[in-house]
Design a protein around this ligand. Sequence first.
Ligand code: CA
Length: 236
Amino acid sequence: MADVLLVEDDSGIRSALIRGLAEHGHVVAAVATGAEAITSLSAHRPEVIVLDLGLPDIDGANVLSMSRVLNSAPVIVATARDDEREVVRILDAGADDYLVKPFSVAQLDARIRAVLRRTQAAEPEDATVVVGQLRLDPIGRTAHLGTDEITLTRKEFDLLHTLMLRPGEVVSRQRLLSEVWQLPWGGADRTVDVHLSWLRRKLGETAADPRYLISVRGVGVKLVDPDAAGAAGDAP
Ligand code: CA
């Protein structure tokens, strides 16, 4: 189903994943080190990269940044570390998704299919985006909720646009600060939260009773279609 580059130094896990992913119809190229991953990426173009963070030569997070330069394929990070700060760091470094070890091949296959759906469905940045009743026209800079036009400030519009381009995906505050405000990463800042609360008011919702904008504690925020099946289950 997809050309996968698997980067995993543990030979037991590597062969189990190669076998399992092949059974799910994927074509897998596998390497054991960060250096081999970089070499492979300069010659081949996989559709998805599955990256172990704990590699013997180069830290997986550095491989992640390098892979971003070489290839636009989505990256799913496999990590033994599940602490929140680590997860935020990985997502900020540009990972599309992550799995905490141990995980099953079926879980990995589901994540691969999900990131492919997201990247293949990615709209050009100037196309009108629609999520549920929300509609944003980036060229006309207009926003509608149902038939009502919503008046947004420039930053509110950019924030909403950034989230609407990745429906259902948790976007970290740091990434929003970087993409919407062009602020360097690393600072703790209330800017995002303040703009989110203004945006919520304009969308007629609150943090305590969210509809479109769902905060994920300690990580960031995601935009969902509140009327879609299963969306209610995502609410905290
Ligand atoms: Ca490892």
